[in-house]
Write a protein that binds this ligand. Structure first.
Ligand code: NDP
Ligand code: PYC
Length: 345
C-alpha cells in the first residue's frame, strides 16, 4: 500500500478492500448488529467506497450508528422468507436492513428465476440506506438480468405539487454482456441524491441549478437551505416524477412496506434509515429465443461506442474499482482514523 499522500488540502491514505470490510464489520458489531448483518453491511459499504460511490460509502457510517443507537432499526433482525408463488418470494425484514433480507431470499429467488424465467422479490419492513447497484450487479455477474427499486424518506416535491412527498427513490438495473463488466445503472429519481446534498453542505459548495427549493419553495443552490426545511425536485420534471411515483407503488404498495411519507422517526432522534420496502425483479435471459442475450447486449454497447459514446453508466465505477484493487482504496486519512476510533469505543 502506498504511504499517506496529499490530495489538495486533505491527506489521503490507502486501505485494502478486505481490511476495510473487516474494520467496518467490527464497527457494526460493536454498535449492536449481529455478525451476519455486520458482514453484509460492511461489504456493501466498502464496495461503494472502493467503487468511488462516495455518497453511500464510509460517509454513511455515522448515520448507520446513530440509527442503531436510537433503537429505530433492529441490527440483529432475522428476516422471514415466504415462498408465495411460482415467481414470487416475499421477505419480512423484521425491522432490519434490506440487504440481509435480500441475502436470505437470494437462493430461492434465483432458483425461481431460473425455473420460471422470471421471479419477483418483495421486501418489506426494511431499512435501505445504501447504494442500490450492489443489490443488482451480482445477478448480472451470474448471467441474470435484475431490476430493483427502493423508496426512501419524504424530501422530494412531486412535479406540479407544493410540498415534498416522495423519497429520492432510486432505480437500479443490471444486465450481463459478453465481453466486459455487466451493464449497470443506478440512479436516484430526484435531481440529486440526498447524500450528495449532505456532502455539498459539508464542503460548503453550491449545487447546480434545478436541484431543489428552500423552505419557501423558492429555487435554491444552497444545500443547507434544502436540508433545513427545503426539499429536492425530481430529475427531468414530470418524467422523473412519474418514475418516482412508480417506485413508491412498487417498493411500498406492492411489497407491503411504508410509503416514504408513512413512517415517523421523530421519537428516535438520530434515526436516518428510511423504513420502507424494496422490490427486485430477476429474469433469466437464457429463456428468451434466439441469440444469447449477453451477445445482444454486447452488440448494443458496440453500436453505442460506434455512435461516439465514451462513457456507459457503470464505467466510472468499474474503472475506480480496478484502480482501488491495484492501489488500495483512497480514503481521507482523518476519516479513516475516525473509523478506527469507533471500534475502540
Ligand atoms: P448519479 O447521477 O451519480 O449516477 C446515476 C447513474 O448514471 C450511474 O449509473 C452512473 O454511472 C451514471 N452516470 C453518471 N454520469 C454519467 C455520464 N456522464 N455518462 C454516462 N453515465 C453516467 O447517481 P445518483 O446521484 O442519482 O445516485 C447516487 C446513489 O445514491 C445511487 O447509488 C443510489 O442507489 C443511491 N441512492 C440510494 C437511496 C436509498 O434509498 N437507498 C436513495 C437515493 C439514492 P457511474 O456509477 O459509473 O458513475
Ligand atoms: O442519498 O437520497 C439518498 C439516500 C436516501 C436514503 C439513502 N440514501
Amino acid at each position: 500500500m502506498p504511504a499517506q499522500s496529499f490530495s489538495g488540502e486533505s491527506p489521503v491514505t490507502a486501505i485494502g478492500f478486505a481490511e476495510l470490510v473487516a474494520l467496518l464489520h467490527s464497527i457494526f458489531v460493536s454498535h449492536g448488529t449481529s455478525s451476519t448483518v455486520a458482514q453484509i453491511l460492511a461489504h456493501n459499504c466498502a464496495s461503494a467506497e472502493r467503487d468511488g460511490a462516495h455518497s453511500h460509502g464510509i460517509f454513511r457510517i455515522p448515520g448507520y450508528l446513530s440509527t442503531l443507537a436510537s433503537g429505530w432499526v433492529n441490527g440483529k433482525a432475522e428476516p422471514t422468507v415466504t415462498d408465495v408463488a411460482s415467481g414470487f418470494v416475499r421477505v419480512d425484514a423484521a425491522n432490519g436492513f434490506a440487504q440481509p433480507a435480500l441475502e436470505a431470499a437470494r437462493p430461492l429467488l434465483v432458483q425461481k428465476a431460473r425455473s420460471a424465467g422470471i421471479a419477483l422479490l418483495a421486501i418489506h419492513n426494511s431499512h435501505h440506506f445504501a447504494a442500490l447497484w450492489p443489490d443488482v450487479e451480482p445477478f448480472a455477474e451470474e448471467g441474470l438480468v435484475a431490476l430493483s427499486v427502493v423508496n426512501s424518506m419524504t424530501c422530494v416535491v412531486p412535479h406540479g405539487a407544493d410540498r415534498p412527498l416522495f423519497g429520492t427513490n432510486p432505480i437500479a438495473f443490471a444486465a450481463p454482456r459478453a465481453d466486459g463488466m455487466p451493464i449497470v445503472f443506478d440512479l436516484a429519481t430526484s435531481a440529486i441524491a440526498h447524500g450528495d446534498v449532505q456532502i455539498a453542505a459539508r464542503k460548503g459548495e453550491l449545487l447546480p441549478p434545478g436541484m431543489g427549493v428552500d423552505s419557501l419553495g423558492q429555487p435554491t443552490r444552497d444545500p443547507k437551505a434544502i436540508l433545513e426545511g427545503g426539499a429536492l425536485l425530481p430529475f427531468g420534471g414530470h418524467k422523473g416524477s412519474a418514475l418516482s411515483m412508480m417506485v413508491e407503488l412498487l417498493a411500498a404498495a406492492l411489497t407491503g412496506g411504508n410509503f416514504s411519507f408513512e413512517f415517523n422517526w421523530a421519537d428516535h432522534p438520530g434515526a436516518r434509515t428510511p423504513w420502507t420496502g424494496q422490490l427486485l425483479i430477476v429474469i433469466d435471459p437464457s429463456k428468451t429465443a434466439g441469440q444469447s442475450f449477453a451477445e445482444r447486449s454486447q452488440e448494443l454497447v458496440r453500436q453505442m461506442h460506434a455512435a461516439g459514446l465514451r462513457r456507459l453508466p457503470g464505467d466510472r465505477r468499474h474503472r475506480t474499482r480496478v484502480r482501488s484493487d491495484e492501489q488500495g482504496i483512497q480514503v481521507d486519512a482523518q476519516e479513516l482514523a475516525g473509523l478506527r476510533k469507533l471500534v475502540e469505543q
